[in-house]
Design a protein around this ligand. Structure first.
Ligand code: BDR
Ligand code: CA
Length: 314
């Protein structure tokens, strides 16, 4: 079977980093490009971090694009309190030399969807600004989207940036609204599922003991990253959100979900960015996504370990 073409849209972020490294070690996926967006930190930093990660992976054949530097309507909200000042605190990675592709991320997404012989899967693991902007600029691209597999949203679990909202959707709720109303097939990995698979110190240490550059850097970034959620939630280990999107593509049988209608709140400041999930079909609205709400946590971490252990790639 040929590799599944994907575009990874990201705001690295340590959990984004593990998503990128896992995808780049997986021959089942053809990563056509990595498109960066402002989110966890401002765009110049997410862009530098993505380039550092591509260099770390040894996959400098994968182009990196600069996307939108701010949300559609609202001011940018960032998350240095979680990810550190650089967005990728933990390891000391060399300053990247990989050039940034000269095309804008939004144009790359549009051109790729228009020209690729197969439908392309979009994997946004940051605010949805680039994806929504591409849909607004060229609505016909929706026809060539295989799926949009999103990390974002929260329902049963509650929000992580406000009581109502998850960070990625909250940062650009208008973009999220555009994407969820676009008619494209969507699969959502929200906090409801990511909080069901917490990291353990043993797992992080097992990455370090791989002894490779990727293993050591991954352990350093995750040790930094999990401290925030451990303190916040009082748990041993924190959620590793974004790699769920990649794990789902590689092994969908690890996940369970339901087809539901989801509406993004853009009218109320108190609940801005909330994902309103019609789990019981009370609105009679046609479902617009699959809401993932369970994961085989052991299987998830086994899969990530197996992929990260492939570095350095031959
Ligand atoms: C999401 O927000 C970011 O901080 C993480 O990278 C993840 O994409 C979790 O709410
Ligand atoms: Ca992210």
């Amino acid at each position: 079977m040929s590799a599944r073409p994907i575009i990874l849209d990201t705001d690295p972020g340590q959990d984004d980093a593990i998503a990128i490294l896992t995808a780049l070690a997986s021959p089942e996926l053809d990563v056509l490009g990595i498109t960066c967006v402002a989110g966890n930190v401002p765009l110049p930093l997410t862009l530098a971090n993505a380039r550092k990660l591509v260099e770390l992976s040894g996959r400098s054949d994968v182009p990196v694009f600069a996307g939108c530097s701010r949300p559609f309507v609202r001011s940018l909200v960032t998350a240095e309190h979680v990810h550190g000042k650089t967005g990728l605190d933990g390891p000391e990675l060399p300053e990247p030399t990989l050039p940034v592709d000269e095309r804008h991320a939004v144009d790359f997404i549009i051109d790729t969807l228009r020209s690729h012989p197969e439908p392309v899967t979009l994997c946004p693991v940051g605010p949805l600004t680039n994806i929504a902007m591409a849909i607004v600029k060229e609505p016909s691209i929706v026809e060539n989207i295989a799926e949009i597999v999103v990390m974002g949203g929260a329902w049963r679990e509650g929000g992580n940036i406000t009581p109502a909202a998850e960070f990625n959707i909250y940062v650009d709720p208008h973009a999220a609204h555009t994407v969820f109303e676009s008619g494209a097939p969507i699969v959502v990995h929200s906090l409801d599922v990511t909080h069901r698979a917490l990291m353990s110190d043993e797992w992080i240490e097992s990455l370090r003991s791989l002894g490779t550059d990727v293993g050591i850097a991954s352990a350093e970034m995750l040790a930094f990253y999990e401290r925030f959620d451990e303190e916040k939630y009082g748990t041993s280990g924190g959620p590793l959100h974004d790699p769920n999107v990649i794990a789902y593509l590689l092994e969908p049988s690890l996940y369970q979900g339901k087809s539901v209608a989801v509406t993004i709140e853009i009218g109320s400041e108190r609940t801005m960015g909330q994902t309103s999930v019609d789990w019981w079909g009370v609105t009679k609205k046609v479902p617009n996504c699959t809401w993932i709400d369970d994961v085989d946590a052991d299987g998830f971490y086994r899969l990530l370990s197996e992929r990260l252990a492939r570095y350095p790639l031959a």
